[in-house]
Design a protein around this ligand. Structure first.
Ligand SMILES: Cc1cc2nc3c(=O)[nH]c(=O)nc-3n(C[C@H](O)[C@H](O)[C@H](O)COP(=O)(O)OP(=O)(O)OC[C@H]3O[C@@H](n4cnc5c(N)ncnc54)[C@H](O)[C@@H]3O)c2cc1C
Length: 424
């Protein structure tokens, strides 16, 4: 039976990086991937452009990592965002930094990231076996001894000195991430924190599809559970087929989904004109219409809102489409201003794992040694990437988690094997 120093289960961002860091330490590495090709998820990242990291300093970067950025600090410091950029530059990928410190390949093609990783993997003579699903881990005297792999040829057993599980979370299962690593962890008795979709679309009650395609720039939002504010954000919201998303919609989704899964109702309050107070808005309406005393509601809304929102707001205000407002009745003008400053969106549901960007929850961090990514109970078993309970905001944070933890697991597994080779 063939034996490897290190087997890596899952050829996504984390597994490919782990295989490179282990092979660079001289290890004999086998990278197993259940799909027909490696890196399927990378291909769809950043809308096909792959936002591979974010160049913020750790003090700022760490604010975008959940639930425990200090666990991630060692992996990040070992292979930081700057190291990720240097790494890709060295293997032939030019990178550019865009708005919000987001890094992308200069070609704008996520496929260039996958190609570069695979050619480095080939150069380092890592054996890659596609269409090969790790289906079981075999232990012997408290250590990983073999993995069982299902492929077209049936189930094969392969011996290894260490195993790194990088099977991903549960998001976009069509790319291959279907929670297999959570299953392995459960079998071995490791704790798993509840998994939920994160960075996902939120669907308003009675969602009006006429808002689809609308992009609201620089709005202020507050996420409420009952009367408590859970989160406040400033930025852009985008309406799609699935409800609202965009940078802010996605960012609040982590807490909103958690609250809803705990049985709470959540509400989003949007200030569509955060730069103006209510009084300033009333003055603006006054100025816009000069001496005109009777003003059609539709005309006021057209002055203040994107045209796509006007029919929706006419419905929302329940004043009737042909309503004429009078400046002599300031209560009615105030009602409009109040609705624009406090647009209330009751959230009904959210898009599930099938189309969310990332999984929150996963293998409990205190099962792992943050310096190595090894499990505390089985020293030659490592977990890295989205399978563990670490996730980030949009902006390149999640791929950095995958790259840093994968790199650390690969290096640590190599170090363990070298140490045991010298002591035997
Ligand atoms: C639409 C979308 C856009 C995104 N955009 C960005 C972005 O621009 N920037 C960013 O930072 N993050 C982005 N993310 C998140 C990021 O892609 C993931 O967090 C990251 O790829 C996770 O890497 P991973 O290697 O841990 O897991 P995955 O990429 O999910 O890889 C896991 C691999 O393991 C394989 N596998 C699973 N089970 C087995 C098994 N039993 N045996 C063998 N192989 C197995 C899977 O087939 C898969 O190839 C995006 C995610 C999505 C869905």
């Amino acid at each position: 039976m063939e034996k490897y120093d290190i087997i890596i289960a899952g050829a996504g961002a984390s597994g490919m990086m782990a295989s490179i860091s282990a092979a660079r330490e001289g290890m004999k590495v086998l990278l197993l991937e259940k799909m027909e090709k490696a890196g399927k998820k990378i291909l769809i990242t950043g809308k096909g452009r792959c936002n591979l990291t974010n160049t913020k300093e750790w003090s700022e970067f760490s604010r975008h990592i959940y639930p425990n950025p200090s666990f991630f600090k060692i992996a990040f410091k070992t292979f930081s965002n700057k190291d990720v950029l240097n790494f890709f530059n060295e293997i032939g990928v030019e990178t550019v930094i865009e708005r919000g410190d987001r890094a992308y390949p200069a070609s704008g093609k996520a496929s260039d990231i996958v190609k570069a990783l695979l050619s480095e993997i080939e150069r380092l003579k890592v054996r890659v076996q596609l269409n090969s699903r790790v289906c079981d881990i075999v232990l012997n005297e408290g250590s990983v001894y073999k993995v069982k792999v299902e492929s077209g040829q049936g189930v094969q057993e392969i011996e290894t000195s260490a195993l790194i599980v990088t099977t991903g979370g549960l998001s976009y299962p069509l790319t291959g991430s279907t929670g297999d690593g959570h299953y392995f962890a459960k079998q071995i008795g490791l704790g798993i924190n509840k998994t939920l979709p994160s960075l996902t679309a939120m669907k308003p009650v009675n969602f009006d599809l006429s808002l689809k395609g609308l992009l609201l720039k620089n709005v202020q939002t507050k996420l409420f559970v009952g009367k408590d504010i859970l989160q406040e954000e400033f930025g852009d919201i985008e309406f799609t087929n699935n409800g609202f998303e965009g940078p802010i919609g996605l960012r609040i989704s982590r807490k909103a989904v958690k609250a809803m899964s705990d049985g709470n109702r959540v509400t989003l309050l949007v200030d569509l004109k955060p730069a103006l107070t209510e009084e300033q808005l009333i003055n603006r309406i006054d100025r816009e219409f000069g001496n005109q005393v009777r003003i059609p509601l539709e005309l006021i809304l057209k002055k203040l809102l994107p045209s796509q929102m006007v029919p929706y707001f006419i419905e929302e205000l329940k004043l009737g489409r042909s309503k004429i407002l009078s400046k002599k009745l300031p209560g009615e003008i105030y009602l409009i201003v109040d609705t624009i400053k406090n647009w209330k969106i009751n959230v009904e549901s959210y898009t599930g794992f099938e189309r969310c960007v990332v999984t929150s929850g996963g293998i409990t961090l205190n099962e792992l040694v943050p310096k190595t990514m090894a499990t505390r109970t089985i020293n030659n078993l490592f977990f890295a990437g989205e399978v563990i309970d670490l996730d980030g905001d949009t902006g390149g944070y999640n791929l950095q988690i995958a790259f840093s933890t994968g790199n650390l697991a690969g290096k640590s597994a190599a170090y363990l094997i070298k140490k045991s080779n010298t002591s035997s």
